[in-house]
Design a protein. Structure first.
Length: 253
C-alpha cells in the first residue's frame, strides 16, 4: 500500500473511532510502527490530526492553535462578510483597537478606504496592510513577536493598559457559549484582548456562526463584557435570549 493510501486509511479510522494508536494501525496495515509514525508526522504537518503519545487524535480548532496560513484560508467568505459589516461601523475620527485575528486582518483591508482614523493593534499583518495608508494613523503596541505574527507578552499588555484607549474595539476568538461567554485557545492573545477590552468604550465581537457553541480552555470575557456581536447568521433562540439578557446588540446586516 502506498503512503497516500495508508494516510487516507488512517484519517478514515480517526474519523470513525475518534483516536488511533500506532500499534493497532501497524497491525491493520501490516507495516512497521516506524512507518506509521512517519505517516502521522506527515499528517500532522498538514494539520489533518494531532499526534499524541502512542497515536493521534483529531484537531479541534477551538483548543489547538492552527497555523496562520491554515486559519487565513478557513471560512473565508464568512470572515469577509464580518469584516465588511465591522468596517462600516468605523467613521472618521474613530480610534479603534484591532486584535491579531484573521477576521480583523480582512477588516483592515476594508479600512484602507477610510480617512482620519487611528488604528491600535498588536497584529503585524494589520500593520503591513495599513502602513502605507497616509490617511490612517497606525500604532503598534510592541512586545515579543509570536508565531501568530503578533506582538504579545507583558510589554505589549502593559503598553495597551497604560498608554492607549479606543472608542471602539473589534476582535474575534475561538468560540462562544451562552453559559460561559467568549473563549480563546491562545493564552498570550487572550491577555492582549482582555487589556484592549478594559480600555475600550464600545466592544464589537466578530463571530462567525460556526463558532457559536464551541468551547476552548481560556475564558476571554463574559457576554456582558461586550456591547455588540457581529455574525453572519442569526443564532438560535436560546443564544438570542442570552444576548438580550446581557444587553448585547446583534449585528448581522
Amino acid at each position: 500500500m502506498l503512503a497516500p493510501e495508508r494516510q487516507k486509511f488512517i484519517l478514515d479510522e480517526l474519523f470513525k473511532d475518534g483516536a488511533v494508536t500506532v500499534s493497532r494501525l501497524a497491525a491493520q496495515l501490516r507495516v512497521t510502527e516506524e512507518t506509521i509514525r512517519r505517516d502521522l508526522e506527515k499528517l500532522e504537518k498538514n494539520e489533518a490530526l494531532r499526534r499524541t503519545h502512542g497515536g493521534a487524535v483529531p484537531i479541534d480548532d477551538t483548543t489547538y492553535e492552527l497555523s496562520l496560513e491554515k486559519r487565513k484560508s478557513t471560512n473565508v467568505e464568512a470572515k469577509q462578510k464580518l469584516a465588511s459589516l465591522a468596517a462600516n461601523l468605523v467613521v472618521s475620527g474613530d480610534t479603534i483597537f484591532l486584535d491579531a485575528s484573521t477576521t480583523t486582518f480582512f477588516m483592515a483591508k476594508e479600512l484602507k478606504k477610510l480617512k482620519n482614523i487611528t488604528v491600535i493593534t498588536n497584529s503585524l499583518r494589520v500593520i503591513a496592510e495599513l502602513c502605507t495608508c497616509e490617511q490612517i494613523k497606525l500604532i503598534a503596541v510592541g512586545g515579543i513577536v509570536s508565531s501568530n505574527q503578533s506582538f504579545v507578552g507583558s510589554l505589549a499588555e502593559r503598553s495597551i493598559k497604560e498608554s492607549y484607549f479606543a472608542n471602539k474595539m473589534f476582535f474575534s476568538s475561538k468560540g462562544v457559549t451562552k453559559e460561559i461567554g467568549i473563549l480563546e485557545s491562545n493564552e498570550q492573545e487572550c491577555g492582549i484582548k482582555q487589556n484592549m477590552l478594559l480600555n475600550s468604550e464600545n466592544k464589537y465581537f466578530l463571530c462567525d456562526s460556526k463558532k457559536v457553541g464551541k468551547v476552548s480552555f481560556a475564558k476571554l470575557a463574559s457576554l456582558n463584557d461586550i456591547d455588540y456581536l457581529i455574525t453572519d447568521e442569526l443564532p438560535d433562540e436560546e443564544f438570542m435570549l442570552a444576548l438580550e439578557n446581557n444587553n448585547v446588540k446583534l449585528i448581522t446586516e
